[in-house]
Design a protein around this ligand. Structure first.
Ligand code: NDP
Ligand code: VSD
Length: 327
């Protein structure tokens, strides 16, 4: 009798423990969950003339947002504007500027008017072993991807803060990459630039939470865009092999995930199923606004570390194989 009772009591405790953890997490998670509406709000997208940025502009426009896009080439901007008008009937505002030029960025932002949702998406990627890659190219990648993002945010923040009270929650999201969650062969400069965005985002979220501004980081896998076509023309074979361990997506699919993530106020936004694993395995000290996701992260931490080590085992296997083939 006593043994049977003990059995039921342990079973009950075993069931209560996860419930208690869920309850605890629902109380402690910070920042608190938030919804970011985009309808009738000003969404400003950098790199909005091509690939993921263009897909984001299309989707946000069709959801009733007011859109501004910024990139360098005025021809590509005009083309994007016409394409969006054709498919949605909506006119987007276009701004030709290089994100590396702070004054030019500031002028564009001032002209565009207060921004509710800033999507910092511009990016360049040239995959090459560091020994081969010229320092000028390293600097170019860091300047556009990382310093360019600082320029955008610095230019946008004052206006975004000032206009918050009567306009609801603001959002700043940054387009990283799965190569910004795990370093990848051939991406020393690119991974560094994308990892950099994470530090920027984590610190910035703490600074702007009091202004009702919410930060997101998007982590796409290889995505079929004009940029990827260009990148594939000269990419180390190993980079392609390793990147292929995460299934490729279309720009529309990535844009949909990104926009849904932004609207639900997620800090980390994965895009495919490998990305969900990757995000849980690299959750670290990042904020998590969903107590359900937090629960899964806590419970799965050990096994995910094991999966990560298996991934590294596989990765170093590919490197060894390719070295043997060369010799
Ligand atoms: N495609 C992929 O496989 C993946 C992409 N990403 C990231 O997603 C983002 C978008 O990539 P994707 O759509 O493929 O890229 P594309 O090359 O197709 O588009 C890049 C956009 O950024 C603009 N841009 C580039 N440099 C600058 C600059 N200096 N100043 C202003 N605008 C600039 C381009 O316009 P213009 O040249 O006229 O300036 C263009 O609008 C990037 O940050 C990239 O790192 C992440 C993971 C995977
Ligand atoms: C815990 C186990 C996790 C297992 C899954 C790991 C998969 C990692 C694959 C990384 C792919 C990086 C693609 C970068 C794409 C990109 O940014 C370039 N195309 C440039 O734009």
């Amino acid at each position: 009798m006593a043994i049977v009772n003990l059995f039921y009591i342990s079973l009950l405790l075993l069931l209560l423990l996860p419930l208690f953890l869920l309850f605890l997490l629902s109380i402690i998670i910070r920042p608190r969950p938030v919804q970011i509406p985009i309808k009738k709000r000003h969404v400003f997208i950098t790199g909005g003339s091509s690939g993921i940025g263009l897909a984001l502009a299309h989707q946000a426009a069709s959801e009733g947002a007011r859109i501004s896009i910024l990139s360098r080439s005025i021809d590509k901007l005009e083309e994007a504007k016409n394409a969006i008008r054709l498919s949605t009937g909506i006119d987007v505002a276009i701004f030709a500027a290089d994100v590396r030029d702070f004054e030019a960025v500031q002028r564009a932002v001032d002209e565009a008017g207060p921004i509710d949702v800033l999507i910092v998406n511009q990016g360049v990627f040239v995959a090459q072993e560091l020994e081969e890659q010229k320092l000028d190219e390293v600097r170019f990648i860091i300047d556009v991807n990382l310093m360019g993002s600082f320029n955008m945010i610095k230019a946008t923040l004052p206006g975004m803060k000032r206009s918050r009270k009567d306009r609801g929650p603001g959002s700043i999201s940054l387009m990283s990459s799965q190569a910004g969650q795990v370093g990848i062969y051939g991406y020393t400069a690119y991974s560094a630039s994308k990892f950099g965005l994470r530090g920027l985002a984590e610190a910035l979220q703490q600074e702007v939470i009091g202004d009702n501004i919410h930060v997101s980081l998007v982590f796409p896998p290889d995505t079929k865009t004009p940029g990827l076509v260009e990148e594939n023309k000269r990419k180390p074979q190993l980079t392609s092999i390793i990147a292929a361990s995460s299934s490729a997506m279309t720009a529309d699919e990535v844009a949909k995930k990104a926009l849904d993530g932004i609207k639900s106020g997620s800090f980390i936004i994965p895009c495919n199923s490998e990305g969900i694993l990757l995000s849980m395995a690299t959750a670290g000290l990042s904020p998590q606004r969903s107590y359900l996701m937090a629960f899964v992260e806590v419970v799965a931490a050990g096994i995910l570390r094991f999966a990560a080590l298996c991934f590294q085992w596989n990765l170093y296997g590919s490197i060894e194989k390719s070295r043997m083939q060369k010799n």
